[in-house]
Design a protein. Structure first.
Length: 261
């Protein structure tokens, strides 16, 4: 395969998967890692991708880039639905307890499924969230008592942030917290672009008796600006595809339950 053909194939993989790993590409194309790095350098010069440690991501996917909740809600909706349903299965039948819902589109899919899931399984829940996007999905549903945590609302995520929000969550002890993340890596843990969002997520991780992270596979090996939790702080990871080998090993070492929807 010529370099131009291989680079075109790499572009297609990037479009489909959202990230590239040098070692995986070398195995896929049966070339050396040095050859792959030259290909990535060429594609970066053409403005197609941005190289990161161990691979590359799509151009513009920097450590601080963040798309709005209205955009993300339509991205990979089938995968997010599968992840949400698998995460709700963790509550089991006749669940009766407290649930904290983080902001984000994948947790939003869970919020949409939560009322029917509880009704079908004969459960009920006291739900706390700082997401003004999730609240309308839950406010008038049978079997749910909703508490909306206030604060300054970030327009891009529709979530309350700031000292008031963090303090309110620190005063809670929910049975389960369902959290989203913008990135998940072995070395950097869970990360997000915004420091204030990270502070709220960090408080939620510390508060909950059980931490369940909902993360689609496109976020694997992605590191954003601010880490809000190490892998060791998680109890369960629910995703839509098996993690790459290095991340899978790190999850196993951290004794995290892995659920692939």
């Amino acid at each position: 395969m010529y370099a131009t053909e291989r680079q075109a194939a790499i572009e297609r993989i990037l479009d489909a998967e959202g990230r590239l790993v040098v070692v995986d590409l070398a195995e896929r194309f049966d070339v050396t890692t040095e050859t792959v790095r030259r290909d990535l350098a060429s594609l970066e010069q053409r403005g197609i991708l941005q190289r990161v440690h161990g691979g590359a991501v799509a151009q513009g996917r920097s450590s601080t880039r963040e798309t709005s909740i209205s955009e993300r809600i339509h991205e990979r909706s089938d995968a997010k639905g599968r992840i949400a349903r698998a995460a709700l299965n963790l509550l089991g039948d006749r669940f009766s307890g407290s649930v904290l819902l983080d902001a984000g589109s994948t947790v939003g899919a869970l919020a949409q499924e939560l009322p029917s899931s509880l009704a079908m399984r004969g459960g009920r829940a006291d739900v706390v969230t700082h997401s003004f996007a999730h609240a309308p999905l839950l406010a008038e549903q049978d079997g749910i008592d909703l508490t909306l945590v206030g604060g300054r609302v970030r327009r891009v995520t529709g979530a309350a942030v700031g000292a008031t929000t963090v303090a309110a969550i620190q005063g809670l002890r929910p049975d389960v917290a369902f959290l989203g993340t913008n990135g998940l890596s072995a070395a950097f843990g869970l990360s997000t672009p915004d420091p204030e969002e990270a502070a709220v997520k960090r408080a939620a991780v510390a508060a909950a008796r059980r931490v369940v992270v909902l993360c689609d596979a496109q976020k694997f090996d992605i590191e954003l600006l601010v880490s809000f939790a190490p892998l060791s702080a998680l109890d369960v990871l629910v995703t839509d595809a098996a993690p790459p080998a290095a991340l899978a090993e790190a999850l196993e070492r951290a004794d995290i339950e892995l659920v692939v929807a």
